[in-house]
Design a protein around this ligand. Structure first.
Ligand code: P6P
Length: 337
């Protein structure tokens, strides 16, 4: 009978990978895991209590906020504030950065960028949603943290992860030494190691894109979609189109089965819809650590200049060979971008 390894045990065990670690990052990851369990409880019963529907407010991007969005945001901010290891939070739900100044966090050196409940528009129709987080070490060591500490390139991340609240609830994360997945066992209330050393297949036959935006896509994307819709002459296999409309769910499926997720520029989102700091950078870090590839069709996501907290970018992410094929189409048919 295999021994169950909990997230907490795994984090402590892996701490030896970081010779100078004093346990702060371990405690920070544990704090995120605790908040995830609380959010999971509410997501799972959302249909039963008055926590569905709109809060009647909008976030900084003019998007209506769901009650669960607000609840999840509050839970993660509270856990990070009380945990004492985080000095600055960037959240999709908050216009401005949240500087944490409390007795417990006076020496805190980590910045957490988070999308507390991505895909929340799917909650009311019972489709998987997720939390995405990205962790940096503060650049400035003297005085209080500054906004610049939150505007670091994706290559500077020390950890990143997501929680997918789906048919089961999983937490998947990396600290730069591979990717590991943990499934929540509700009977013991613990995330247990279920997917050690996750690797995304180098190739795949699933392409994931909102084809409703087809007429506005760059020519390179249109050509790539047409390529996927033709039978692969080398294997006689057709591709499948799968689009859940919840990035975490689409990406997690591709992590397991192989595939590519694309959110290119559209007329309503000329720079792409997804956010660099707390969606694309963490997912790019995870996918690269799992052996995949993440670009905007031309440039590596992790090397993109971060100019503002809520900036958007295009993303082509997933199995290496599929992303490279899409990039070839962009170079050939949309080089001007
Ligand atoms: P569209 C959810 O709102 C989200 O931010 C991502 O999770 C998802 O991939 C994308 O937007 C879906 O956007 O325009 O296809 O509905």
């Amino acid at each position: 009978m295999s021994v169950v390894k909990t997230l907490g045990q795994f984090i402590i065990e892996k701490q030896k990978d970081f010779p100078y670690a004093k346990g702060e990052l371990s405690r920070l990851l544990r704090d995120i895991g605790i908040a995830a369990k609380i959010v999971n409880r509410e997501v799972n019963k959302a249909g039963l209590v008055n926590i569905l529907g709109d809060e009647g407010t909008t976030n900084s991007h003019g998007e209506s906020q769901k009650k669960l969005d607000i609840f999840a945001n509050h839970q993660f901010i509270s856990a990070l504030t009380c945990g004492g290891e985080c000095c600055l939070i960037v959240s999709e739900e908050n216009d401005d950065p949240i500087f944490i100044e409390s007795d417990v966090s006076h020496n805190a050196k980590y910045i957490v960028c988070i999308d507390p409940l991505d895909g929340s528009s799917n909650i009311d129709v019972n489709v998987s949603v997720g939390t995405i987080f990205s962790i940096y070490r503060r650049k400035s060591t003297e005085g209080k943290p500054t906004l610049q500490d939150a505007l670091q390139r994706g290559t500077e991340q020390v950890a990143a992860g997501y929680i997918v609240y789906g048919s089961s609830t999983m937490l998947v994360y990396t600290t730069g030494k591979g990717v590991n997945g943990f499934t929540l066992d509700p009977s013991i209330g613990e995330f247990c190691l279920s997917h050690p050393d996750m690797k995304i297949p180098e190739d795949g036959y699933i392409y994931s894109i909102n084809e409703g935006n087809y007429i506005n896509f760059p020519d390179g994307v249109k050509k790539y979609i047409k390529f996927c819709q033709e039978e692969d002459p080398s294997t006689k296999r057709p591709y499948s189109s799968r689009y859940i409309g919840s990035m975490i769910a689409d990406m997690h499926r591709n992590m397991i089965k192989g595939g590519i997720f694309l959110y290119p520029p559209t007329s309503s989102s000329p720079k792409g819809k997804l956010r660099l700091v707390y969606e694309c950078n963490p997912m790019a870090f995870i996918i690269e650590q799992a052996g995949g590839r993440a670009t905007d069709g031309f440039q590596r996501i992790l090397e993109m200049e971060v100019e503002s907290l809520h900036q958007r970018c295009s993303i082509f992410v997933g199995s290496e060979n599929m992303v490279r094929k899409a990039e070839d189409m962009m170079m050939k048919y949309s080089p001007e971008m």
